[in-house]
Design a protein around this ligand. Structure first.
Ligand code: HEM
Length: 513
């Protein structure tokens, strides 16, 4: 009967939008209660934010959004094992850090399956996520094999130096305030654009806007869709404005890419006809075509996959790293000298960047204290799994690892204190910590880039991009925080966000090499 009502409401031409919403609300209420009851009876893993009378999880969600860090700490203290947090993106079983190595090696815990299911990778508009988890792994393969080339460091340098000269000033003068939170986001987009989308779109403002806003829109879409019971999602996504925005962005991506693909195909035909070698483009469009070897490629989904993987994550780390440097000004001169020496010897290459070891340490220390999320290694149980302590993770359970190991005093000395030299000293200390002291190193004590099979393949690219941007800034400008400014890290659920209103003051240096 519900089905009939639903179909009628949608297909009847006289049904108004409001009527449909009323019907949906009633139906969803019923299904939501059923879903809540199901979650509660599904397993015996204790829930940390369960409150009596909180039938619609309002308090649970408020606590999650405002106090996730405290909830995790409480869960670790209260239960000697996994516990469940009810989040606005569904329920997550949080595993304490001592299970990290076990989770890394457990074959029945799967990352792509979680992304596909929980982030709606199969829905139209969410095509970017769909491409990341595509079993063909084309996007992952391109990231692994084509990104992080030495020549790309030079592209980063040309882009960022040009932008800074134009936007932050190329002449000496007084200190000026720049909107760093906004600039960092734009600069990451502009630095990556030639490598992902090629020269035709690299300076297109609409393309740029699309790639930097798609991730946020996608998450808004996920959040909006999550608020609806699973049974209704395949229908309701067509009318949710947040999902419509994602579909519109995918359409825009297709429209923007179409003339580029046509132009390149035409160009190639003409060059071959004239007996010349076709122009070789070094970007993700070409690499996708090469890898596909004649099979069709969804270029829009591919570009949006890069956007969701690379933009927000890299921006967040770059943003916070400069704020941390400004908050610890004693680092500026040694960082500058290190960068100048490395560039003088090796130019803007991977060899040059590998010489910037203090910078590497500084960025890693930022990431230790502010990883993107309080939890990581998100996985779905493909089967019923028995954990080493005997806890059963029923098939379909979504788990994530608590990242608090990164500020555990038994692992990191004086863990709450920012120490820009921490990983530099580890690297040169010769002890067991030297092995995982680099920004791109991962271990069970440092899981900001994940761990195991789905460990982030883009971390080398991100590290290069961030180091080129910071080295350029420090070589060209004096930087400081505005008087009295203390940018805060914002917590929103599991997310840890760099202060979105942060400003920095910059002044052009006398000597720029
Ligand atoms: C500071 C920047 C970045 C951070 C913090 C970051 C973080 C992560 C994390 C935590 C994961 C999940 C790993 C796991 O669950 O074990 C991941 C996966 C992934 N990242 Fe990154 N990432 C960053 C930049 C990038 C960039 C620039 C790219 C591509 C250009 C990229 C591409 C990917 C891909 C394709 C995956 C999925 C891998 C798979 O499923 O096998 N990431 N990243």
């Amino acid at each position: 009967m519900f089905n009939q009502l639903l179909t009628k409401a949608f297909l009847h031409p006289e049904s108004t939008y409001d009527q449909r919403w009323v019907l949906f609300s009633i139906l969803s209420g019923v299904v939501m209660v059923a879903a809540v009851l199901r979650v509660r009876s599904k397993s015996n893993i204790p829930v940390i934010n369960k409150y009596s009378g909180d039938f619609f999880l309002k308090k649970a969600h408020t606590e999650y959004l405002n106090n996730a860090k405290a909830l995790i700490a409480e869960g670790n203290k209260k239960f000697d094992g996994p516990f469940r947090v009810l989040t606005t993106l569904g329920s997550r079983v949080i595993l304490p850090p001592r299970f990290t190595d076990w989770a890394k090696n457990c074959k029945d815990l799967d990352h792509p399956k979680l992304v596909a299911d929980e982030y709606f990778a199969r829905y139209p508009g969410f095509d970017g996520s769909g491409m990341v988890v595509d079993p063909g792994r084309m996007m992952i393969n391109i990231t692994k094999t084509k990104l992080s080339q030495s020549s790309q460091c030079n592209i980063f340098n040309e882009r960022i130096s040009g932008i800074l000269e134009k936007e932050w000033t190329n002449t000496q003068g007084n200190w000026r305030t720049v909107d760093w939170a906004l600039d960092a986001q734009r600069y990451v987009g502009l630095m990556s654009a030639p490598i992902f989308a090629g020269p035709e779109l690299a300076n297109d403002p609409q393309w740029h806007e699309l790639t930097v806003t798609y991730t946020i829109n996608l998450f808004n879409g996920v959040r909006a869709l999550r608020a609806w019971p699973p049974l209704l999602r395949p229908i309701v996504h067509w009318i949710l404005p947040e999902c419509s925005t994602c579909r519109a962005q995918v359409k825009l991506a297709r429209n923007k890419l179409k003339p580029v693909l046509e132009k390149r195909a035409h160009e190639k035909k003409e060059e071959l006809a004239a007996g010349r070698n076709p122009t070789i483009y070094e970007d993700a469009i070409t690499w996708s075509e090469d890898l596909a070897a004649g099979r069709p490629v969804d270029h829009a989904a591919m570009q949006l996959a890069f956007a969701i993987s690379a933009m927000h994550t890299t921006t967040e780390l770059l943003r916070q790293a400069l704020l941390d440097i400004c908050a610890h000004p004693y680092l500026i001169q040694p960082l500058r000298e290190e960068a100048e020496a490395a560039v003088a010897k090796h130019g803007w290459t991977t060899a040059g960047l590998s010489q910037m070891q203090l910078l590497d340490s500084v960025v890693k220390e930022t990431q230790r204290l502010k990883p993107g999320s309080l939890v990581n290694l998100e996985r779905k149980a493909l089967e019923d799994i028995v954990m080493p302590n005997g806890t059963i993770l029923p098939k379909g359970t979504n788990i994530a690892m608590d990242t608090s190991v990164m500020w555990d005093p038994t692992v990191y000395l004086d863990p709450e204190t920012y120490d820009g030299y921490r990983f530099y000293n580890n690297r040169h200390g010769g002890g067991p910590r030297a092995r995982d002291a680099q920004l791109v190193s991962t271990s069970s004590d440092f899981i900001a880039f994940g761990l195991g099979k789905p460990v982030c393949p883009g971390r080398f690219f991100a590290a290069n991009e961030i180091k080129v941007a910071l080295a350029n800034i420090l070589m060209r400008y004096d930087v400081r925080l505005p008087d009295g400014a203390k940018p805060r890290v914002l917590h929103y659920g599991f997310e840890m966000l760099s202060d979105p209103s942060a400003k920095v003051e910059v002044k052009r240096r006398i000597t720029v090499k």
